[in-house]
Design a protein around this ligand. Structure first.
Ligand code: THU
Length: 130
């Protein structure tokens, strides 16, 4: 899938977001090494700390379907670029190479592409423990 196709899928996933507290909807589309793509959206909770970001929603959907290595993710915010939060960067690092493409943009606008190593330099990951 192209970066544009991933971005467009993330825009569609944003429509499924459950964000009654922040009113900031986020969509994601995660591309696995085997070519499959998995959508995600943010799912908020009245107990705010239980909120799940769109990126980790997509990772969870992928893992349960047997995909555990990823090459790219698109993340789209409704009103601004939704760069992955710190927790999501760490979770993506668990299952992806340092060269993973992170495609980030705003719905109805364009996107920027960075690598995971740019977003999470000097990371701590599985290789430090295995
Ligand atoms: N959010 C995401 O889904 N992904 C991010 O990386 C940034 C933040 C969501 C969480 C919450 O539902 C809303 O955006 C406002 O923080």
């Amino acid at each position: 899938m192209t970066d544009q196709e991933l971005f467009d899928r993330a825009c569609a996933a944003l429509e499924k977001a459950y964000a009654p507290y922040s009113h900031y909807r986020v969509g994601a589309c995660l591309l696995a090494e085997d070519g499959r793509a998995f959508d995600g959206c943010n799912i908020e909770n009245a107990s705010y700390g239980a909120t799940i970001c769109a990126e980790r929603c997509a990772v969870s959907c992928a893992l349960v379907q047997g995909a555990a290595r990823f090459v790219a993710i698109a993340v789209v915010g409704e009103s601004s670029d939704a760069w992955p939060c710190g927790i999501c960067r760490q979770v993506l690092n668990e299952f992806s190479s340092r060269e993973m493409r992170v495609i980030c943009g705003t719905r109805g606008k364009g996107f920027t592409v960075k690598t995971l190593s740019e977003l999470l330099p000097m990371s701590f990951g599985p290789e430090d423990l295995l």
